[in-house]
Design a protein around this ligand. Structure first.
Ligand code: NDP
Length: 283
């Protein structure tokens, strides 16, 4: 049976360490600050934003909340970002996505100073990651790498298969595994013979958004399986992108859903905010 990679426990450990480092920074007069911007009333976004605010409070990070009405114009939002870019108390700016349809998401994300882009979505930070010299790493992939580190997985020379090529998970995690000297295969909806590719993988990272589409019998004996997917089945049940029970019977280690990658994402947002504040302290 596979070892369960307990994202909740790893995230709690990381958050505890961030809290300690925040105390140290405060001693030299630097309080890490995260601005969280929410436009509109999307219920899921509201939940995410309140989780982020709570996590900041627990870690001793100053959170500067901006809850704007759905009819906020793009110009008003860009003005706010400009103010936050110039605000010395703010180390990170997070604009909760999705934005209302009358606002150009790309324009907004590109207006965030790359030095405060804690989500790591600005093309400058994407470029830094692609060239092997990251400044901010996107939170979910960064969390995945921390989980792999935690399991003691050395990626050197390993075959990693990533299923899903989104800008927020698949592509960046593929780049991060490459930087750790893995041979990476990046799969997507047009990939042929997906099952065969997964069968050859030492590490499988599934970020698709389709309930249990990666079958348990595709998993190589002893492989490490990271399941990023969050899929609601029926009223209450959440499942991942991997057929969990069958995969766990073959894998060496596997993340559960929920309690796997999910808790890591917020921990890494705090980590990015802390790193940014530490850079401010050095300046
Ligand atoms: P996207 O919808 O942006 O991307 C999904 C990817 O899966 C695409 O690249 C798509 O291919 C690919 N895909 C779709 N169908 C298939 C298929 N049949 N075979 C192979 N590949 C396929 O999703 P995200 O990356 O944003 O999210 C993926 C999942 O991870 C979701 O369940 C999401 O909820 C979850 N998630 C969880 C987070 C966490 O904190 N735990 C954070 C972020 C996401 P193509 O490009 O060809 O369309």
């Amino acid at each position: 049976m596979a070892k369960i990679i307990d994202g909740k426990a790893i995230a709690a450990e990381i958050r505890g360490r961030i809290k300690e480092e925040t105390v140290e920074l405060k001693k030299i007069g630097v309080t890490p600050g995260l601005a969280v911007v929410l436009v509109g009333e999307d219920p899921a976004s509201r939940v995410y934003v309140s989780m982020k605010e709570k996590a900041c409070a627990e870690a001793g990070i100053f959170s500067d909340e901006h809850k704007l009405p759905a009819e906020t114009s793009e110009t008003q939002l860009l003005e706010l970002i400009d103010r936050l870019n110039r605000d010395d108390r703010i180390d990170g700016i997070l604009v909760q996505l999705p934005l209302p349809s009358h606002i150009d998401e790309t324009r907004v994300l590109e207006a965030i100073s790359p030095a405060k882009d804690v989500d790591g979505f600005h093309p400058y930070n994407v470029g830094r990651l692609a060239t092997g010299n990251p400044l901010f790493q996107p939170c979910t992939p960064y969390g995945i790498m921390k989980m792999l580190e935690h399991t003691g997985t050395d990626l050197t020379g390993k075959d990693v298969v990533v299923v899903g090529r989104s800008n927020i998970v698949g592509k960046p995690v593929a780049l991060m595994c490459l930087a750790k000297h893995a041979s990476v295969t990046l799969c997507h909806s047009r990939t042929r013979n997906l099952a065969d590719k997964v069968r050859a993988a030492d590490v499988v990272i599934a970020a698709v958004g389709r309930a249990e589409m990666v079958k348990g019998d595709w998993i190589k004996e002893g492989a490490v399986v990271i399941d990023v997917g969050i899929n609601r089945v029926g009223e209450k049940k959440l499942v991942g992108d991997v057929e969990y029970a069958a995969a766990a019977a073959r894998a060496g280690a596997i993340t559960p859903v929920p309690g796997g990658v999910g808790p890591m994402t917020i921990a890494m947002l705090l980590q990015n905010t802390l790193e940014s504040a530490q850079r401010r302290a050095r300046r």
